[in-house]
Design a binder for this molecule. Structure first.
Ligand code: BGC
Length: 411
């Protein structure tokens, strides 16, 4: 991948604006009382202006399928035109758009009739993408799915996200369909967008045993790393999807995705320690400890910049460029936010100096927004949002990130 290093910020449509006809809106009843969330759809021009002032040269955002096709087969052309205009404004500011087609949410009709474990799911999503491609022009960077493993683990293993199941075999089918769909999207986008760069965003975590002296914790850590971080990368190298969860039988199938990534999007946030606990799902308890004394984030996550090198080193086996499509911290403490960015920037520089081909970095998030399981209190934003007045205020991390971009343009 030639060209400039992408310096950006990331958001997702639902987290900024919600949607009346999305599966997640029925899932979280608190959302009914807060339609509009950040009010981005009303003030998008001002918001995009803030992006320009920030000095980023790229912006990752998603489009909300449930607004574009609120009922099966009924297209809301206005909703699509909104995203088309967003792209035009970004282009006029020389900001490279990176468009995510699926960031966790779906139209309610899809969730009810064709959830991902269902045979018909892929065709419905491809039809939606075809429509998007016929209207939205000028996007080179495409993310087909945001964090397929988070979607499937949350939706089918833990049941904390829609469709709220605890059924690994249907979860495996859902993941298989999502990957088959990625393969179709890859072809479709390349057919229609010359020079397109197509990927997905893979959530990778540093993983370690809770008690290093405990062989069961060590075993879980090995299996967890292989399953959570590596199996999605392997499937793009081999075409074989293998899911081996602790103490359960391996699930395996062929999927036609070998080589179908032009870069790899990596979302990196934290390290997780795994502890053997027979009372938990798959005998695994996830924990965070403040090993370095940086303090846990407001979501209770460890700040662990060194983990970046470990996960990216593995990711680089794919042999395609890597873009950090998300990295960020939930905190109300601006100094801590700046420190987080600085430490991850240093780690990133170390990765690049060590020969890992990273070609972009997107901070999560441009502004505070709705956080899936926690609501409105997790402040990831560079801009602070007052959810009553919708006012945006820059945190001091705005100037800090802007200065860093100015200094590091030759990264
Ligand atoms: C997701 C975002 C989310 C962030 C913080 C990522 O896994 O893609 O939507 O807000 O993590 O939890």
């Amino acid at each position: 991948m030639s060209g400039k290093f992408l310096w950006g910020v990331a958001t997702s449509a639902f987290q900024l604006d919600g949607s009346p006809s999305a599966d997640w809106t029925s899932w979280d009843p608190a959302l009914g009382e807060k339609p509009g969330l950040t009010g981005h759809r009303e003030v998008y021009r001002q918001d995009l202006r803030l992006l320009k002032e920030l000095g980023v040269n790229a912006y990752r955002f998603s489009i909300e399928w449930s607004r574009i096709e609120p009922e099966e087969g009924r297209w809301d052309e206005g909703a699509l035109a909104f995203y088309g205009e967003l792209v035009e404004i970004l282009r006029s500011y020389q900001i490279e758009p990176m468009l995510t087609l699926n960031h966790f949410t779906h139209p309610l009709w899809f969730a009810e009739k064709y959830p991902w474990h269902h045979e018909g799911s892929t065709e419905k999503f491809l039809r939606f993408a075809g429509k998007v491609l016929s209207v939205i022009k000028g996007v080179r960077y495409w993310i087909t799915f945001n964090e397929p493993y988070v979607l499937v683990l949350g939706g089918y293993f833990e049941g904390c996200m829609p469709p709220g199941l605890r059924d690994p075999s249907r979860g495996f089918r859902a993941l298989t369909n999502i990957l088959v769909c990625h393969s179709g999207l890859y072809r479709m986008i390349h057919d229609r967008v010359p020079g397109a760069m197509v990927s997905l965003a893979h959530n990778m975590a540093a993983i370690a045993p809770w008690h290093p002296w405990n062989p069961l914790d060590r075993l879980l850590s090995r299996l967890g790393t292989r399953f959570y971080n590596r199996s999605l990368i392997e499937v793009f190298m081999t075409g074989i999807l293998s899911m081996k969860l602790p103490f359960s039988k391996e699930l395996k199938t062929e999927v036609p995705v070998k080589g179908k990534l032009d870069f790899l999007g990596v979302n990196y946030y934290t390290r997780t320690h795994l502890r053997f606990n027979p009372l938990k799902n798959f005998f695994v308890e996830l924990r965070h400890k403040d090993v370095h004394g940086y303090g846990l984030t407001d979501l209770g996550w460890e700040v662990h910049p060194d983990g970046l090198h470990k996960v990216l080193k593995y990711a680089s086996r794919l042999g395609v460029p890597i873009i950090i499509t998300e990295n960020g911290i939930a905190t109300k403490d601006d100094e801590k936010k700046k420190q987080f960015i600085k430490m991850h920037m240093d780690a990133l520089r170390g990765c690049i100096d060590g020969g890992i081909g990273v070609r972009g970095y997107f901070y999560w998030s441009f502004m505070d927004n709705y956080e899936w399981l926690q609501g409105f209190d997790s402040r990831f934003g560079l801009y602070r949002v007052d959810f009553d007045t919708m006012e945006r205020k820059p945190t001091s991390a705005v100037e800090f990130y802007a200065a860093l971009i100015r200094k590091s343009s030759s990264f």
